[in-house]
Structure formats: C-alpha cells, structure tokens
Design a protein around this ligand. Sequence first.
Ligand code: OAD
Length: 237
Amino acid sequence: MLGAMIRSIVILTGAGISAESGVPTFRASDGLWENHRIEDVATPQAFRRNPTLVQTFYDQRRAFLGQVEPNAAHHALARLEAEWSGDFLLVTQNVDDLHDRAGHNHLVHMHGELNAALCTRCRAARPWRGPLIGNPPCPACGQSGTLRPDIVWFGEMPYHMDRIETALAAADLFVSIGTSGAVYPAAGFVELARHAGAHTLELNLEPSAGTPMFHEARHGPASVLVPAWVEEMLAAD
Ligand code: OAD
C-alpha cells in the first residue's frame, strides 16, 4: 500500500527501536530488566515497599540517557513527520527521550517519560533531569518526599488514550515498530486500526506475538527497515 492512498498514519514504537542505540529491551533476558524483576521496580506496590530501590533504578536509567543517541530509525521517523503531507501521530511505549531528541511535534509517550517527575501530592507532572533520590521538593507545590518517576507502572492507566484511540479510528495506515506485542493496551492497537479499515504493517527484528494480526510484516533491524520504509512512503506521497 503506497503513500498516495494514505492520508493518516499512526506509528507505535517499542523498546526495539532504541536497541541499536544501546538501550536494553525489556524481554531480552528472561523477563529481567537490568537484573531486576519487573514487579520489583515497575509497580506502585514495589514503590511503596522499597522506594529507595525504585528511585535508584529510575535515577540510573535517567542518567544513562546522557550516554545514548538517536539512531537511524529515530531520525527516519522524524524525517517522515517533517516531510509527510498527511496526518501523523507517533505513539511510543518507550520512556527514553530518543524520539524527542530526533525531533517531533506529534509524539505521545503513553508509558510516561524518564525525564519527568510526578508529584503524588499535587499530581503535577514536570520535566525532571537529575536524581529523585534524596527527596527534592516538588517544583509545583514545594512539598518534599512526594516526587516519583512519571512512568506508567503495571496496574496504572497509560497516558493519552483518548488521543491515541481517536487517531487509530481515523488511520489509513498503522505501523508497529520494535515491540513484542506483549503489553496491553498497546498490543491491541493493531486490532483497533484494522477494525477502522487501516492497512497494518509490523517492522520488527523477528516475528512477534502479534505478527499474525498484521496485513504485512517485515523482519530485520529497525535501523535498516525503518529508513527504507520511510523512503518508500515519501517517494509515494
Ligand atoms: P520488549 O522488550 O517486550 O520487545 C522489544 C521488541 O523489539 C522485541 O519484539 C524484539 O524482537 C524487538 N527488537 C529488538 N531489537 C530490535 C532491533 N534492533 N530492531 C527492531 N526490533 C528489535 O519491549 P516493548 O514491546 O517495548 O512497559 O515492551 C512493552 C512494554 O513492556 C514497555 O513499554 C514497558 C514494558 O514492561 C512499561 O514500562 C509500562
């Protein structure tokens, strides 16, 4: 399906698009994330049980962002957004800032961002660059000891769902890049898009749990597949 027939694109990205930048994926090592079980660092219960462990874990992930750069796949999607004449929405499950640094105006972080802090008292979410360990005061309400990473943990509601579902309902093309299709609601976007009549394409290193739900799948590294696909789209626009 080529660009001339497509006016509205929704793209979903996951950890695989950042893998070649050096950011580890989630499910590459037996369900461990950087040697931690997900339930020990990515649930509200874990945060209540051991806030020091959880804050330290995300402080390290946030600091690590300074050591990685967007790769060819991030840059290709930024170019597509800049040059594509139709509607465009990039939805990422990633909490890194590599899409942001590649340059986007139509990007939503449905699982939150490492570079943001959420106040559990006043609910303000604010950009945050340094560590959260040590109880810094909330920039909005001034209270100390109330900030947590602005990350959507298991059991919490992903962000921007209204905007995402509206875009999926109007999409002509839905493309899933570098995600295992293991975590809902993101894993269900392909079905919503198909139901709305969109063509659906998977770009992933290997077949994923969701592959049978896509009209078309291409397998290989994102740094190769994504720039090639973007070239096709822009040539046909
Ligand atoms: P996963 O780690 O589950 O999946 C990463 C996917 O990327 C796999 O399908 C890999 O095959 C693929 N992959 C790896 N290297 C690649 C490459 N170079 N090029 C293309 N694809 C590659 O990560 P996600 O699907 O993003 O949620 O995980 C979804 C959510 O689960 C995350 O957002 C996170 C996690 O728990 C929260 O934190 C709420």
